[in-house]
Write a protein that binds this ligand. Sequence first.
Ligand SMILES: [Zn+2]
Length: 237
Amino acid sequence: MKYAAILAFACLLLADASAALADSATPLVEVVLTQEQQSRLTPDEVLRLLDAGNERFTSGALTTRDHSRKVRAAAEGQFPKAMILSCIDSRIPVEDVFDRGIGDVFVARVAGNFENTDILGSMEYACKVSGAKLVLVLGHEHCGAIKSAIDGAVLGNITAMLENIQPAVDSVSSDYEGPKTSDNPEFVHLVAERNVLLTMENIRRRSPILKAMEDEGEIRIVGALYEMRTGRVAFLD
Ligand SMILES: [Zn+2]
């Protein structure tokens, strides 16, 4: 009797679980973006898609995806919509932040989200060769790399890496009146924002290919800051 009761209870739980799955978490049968679908998208539409995806992320309404199906569907090629340059911070799962799945976005990551030759080459590949319509430089609040640059941290290869962020620190410092330390959240925020803007400038200056694509309206180069507490991505004008 006791065993039968436990079995019945387990069956009830399973039935509930499958009903809940059917109601709210049915894996979305998504198709991987085709080259034709990609080519029809405008840079502004891609930006709106990312913004809408971020709204779903912040409201806890992430799309449930059938990843194994998409892995197989994407095996033949890829036509992602955007190229995102992010910091390596583990608190920012880039695809989730924009509610994107397999084959949707290129992501390059380096501590402090700055550009260099390899990242510019990757961006040119993403846009010129693979047809991505948007380059997004995604900085974030409470960034350890930004704080380390402000503090002038010296350690191994980190020293040389932080030199890439130093121009943003110097730029904000030149007309900032308050404490210029990593303990000052306002200063850290301003440097993170300036670092995104300078990175966008550097992309345009150092990549004639991307600059020309932007001038022709084929792509947009935009910047944003990820808000740690809310998960919201605030796009910079
Ligand atoms: Zn960071």
